[in-house]
Ligand binder design. Structure first.
Ligand SMILES: [Zn+2]
Length: 122
């Protein structure tokens, strides 16, 4: 698994996203990123690892705090995502629906912290 690059992983699991993000030529980008991969799902990649974030329906209209850019937003502007953290164990994260802007606001450090949290062993 460690020999896999971010691009390889995405290409294998989400070929369309990989082509969109990296192009056919395959220029390597930073090994950290959050990518929409279709069906409302996101993939968080760090180094050779990838974790899938599955959207869940959450009720309520309270304001939500984004776990990446740490902005408080209205319920309609965020998604709640479930990440598998072991057998029948899940972590939940709240993220802005506008992934790219959210990443820009949060910056590299915040994304790295989120990746550490989600990729750490259960
Ligand atoms: Zn955000």
């Amino acid at each position: 698994m460690n020999s896999h690059s971010e691009r390889d992983l995405l290409l294998e699991l989400f070929p369309e996203t990989a082509r969109r993000e990296f192009g056919e030529g395959g220029t390597k980008k930073a090994t950290l990123g959050l990518f929409p991969v279709g069906d409302g799902k996101l993939a968080l990649v760090r180094g050779g690892r990838l974790v899938e974030l599955h959207p869940v329906d959450a009720v309520g209209k309270n304001a939500c705090h984004c776990d990446l850019c740490h902005t408080t937003r209205s319920r309609g502007d965020v998604g709640i995502y479930r990440v598998e953290a072991g057998v029948r164990r899940y972590r939940y994260v709240t993220l802005c629906l506008s992934t790219r802007h959210c990443q820009d606001r949060g910056g590299h450090t915040s994304l790295a912290q989120l990746a550490d949290r989600l990729l750490s062993e259960a």
